[in-house]
Unconditional design. Structure first.
Length: 126
């Protein structure tokens, strides 16, 4: 499987495309206040993303419409794996210990983690 990496800017574009397809002008308008990107910047990023196969384009009635090819779940999984490898030497337990040590976990997040781990244990036992 090809390694999936998105730049911070590509994540911004993909978050919009995962919600619904957009034209380039719609993307520029949606991101302008947050990023200040021009249509040239957005066009360059979309061209690069087309070449890498993370988006596809179709002719629309008035403008080209961009669609995500890369699934959000696949991008998130690849980003998580890369982050864990870089920062925690691939160890999920080291990451959770770090978050717990910083008291960065809310009680409801701890409960959710327990539920996730119980489910994972049950599935692993099958």
């Amino acid at each position: 499987m090809k390694k999936i990496t998105l730049s911070d800017g590509e994540w911004k574009l993909m978050r919009l495309l995962w919600k619904q397809p957009h034209t380039a002008p719609q993307l520029v308008a949606a991101l302008h206040d947050d990023t200040g990107w021009t249509k040239g910047t957005v066009h360059s990023m979309l061209t690069r993303m087309l070449e890498r196969g993370t988006v596809r384009v179709e002719d629309g009635p008035r403008a080209k419409i961009y669609y995500p090819v890369l699934r959000q779940e696949d991008a998130a999984a690849a980003e998580t794996k890369s982050f864990l490898a870089r920062v925690y030497n691939g160890s999920i337990s080291m990451m959770v210990a770090s978050l717990a040590g910083q008291k960065a976990l809310k009680p409801e997040e701890i409960d959710s983690l327990y539920d996730i781990l119980r489910q994972a244990r049950e599935e692993a036992s099958l």
